[in-house]
Design a protein around this ligand. Sequence first.
Ligand code: SF4
Length: 316
Amino acid sequence: MNSSEVLVVDKLVKYFPVKGGFWRRAHGQVRAVDGVSFTVQPCQVFGLVGESGSGKSTIGRLLVGLYRPTSGTITYRGKMQMVFQNPGSSLNPRRTVGKTLELPLRLHHKGLTRKELRQRVAELLTQVELNPEYANKLPRSLSGGQKQRVAIARALASDPKFIVLDEPTSALDVSVQAKIIKLILELKDQLQLSYLLISHDLSLMRNVADVTAVMYLGKIVEIAPTAELFANPAHPYTQVLLASIPVVSVEEEALKPTKRLVEGEIPSPLQIPQGCSFHTRCPEAMEICTRVAPELLTINPDHQVACHLHGKRGES
Ligand code: SF4
């Protein structure tokens, strides 16, 4: 890890055993994350996008230690925290906001007096634009957006350098989503934070992420600075995803790729297709794609793609 990186993920693998039968023996494995590598720079928003089951949330949980990797390494500086999708279920309903924030403060700042704890709770609430009087409230008296602000304050309590944001706005009303994203970005600049933003929402990625990685069945299939990825999507799957983003103008519609998926469901992670795992749905699949898994290759500075249309065409 060099001095300009806050997180280095190297060849990360997570397989989950599938158990069944009377003895609950393992009879297969889900390849949830299958050899993922990336780095995150200071103050960067690194976006992970993909369908449900692509492995993006498993990566978030591996980073904060909720899962142990099957293999591979995760190296980072400072403390890491996570903000979950559903603030309603991530906050203890019987604990006041103040108590919720005091717990990590006690853990990470040992020796604080009662007065100092109360002051720090008030500062955290102010940082997430809530009145310090909210310390006395229980989660049930808060709106979804206010609960997510408390969850963000709780993540900030241990002075992290890196926060994993797992679909941080998808459980919120549309009118609240933009305010939470604005807060998250302001906090990043104020506190010099880096984020891993996990989302299925490409519009959100386009507006927020500095770099975007596209995942499919446990692997990164394309990674690039976000503006480059949206201007020049190289992987057929990325092109299909971009074609599905709603647009608001005729001009945007004209810029959209027109790729459509070959009919069929995303394969089960229990039975990932041989070769390129996207070949069963790819509109451009070739014979080689059914046999040989494409490697992630650099096609432009900082732009990598794993597809035989780029670099390895013609191999047999
Ligand atoms: Fe499609 Fe083949 Fe590229 Fe996979 S390697 S995305 S199947 S063209």
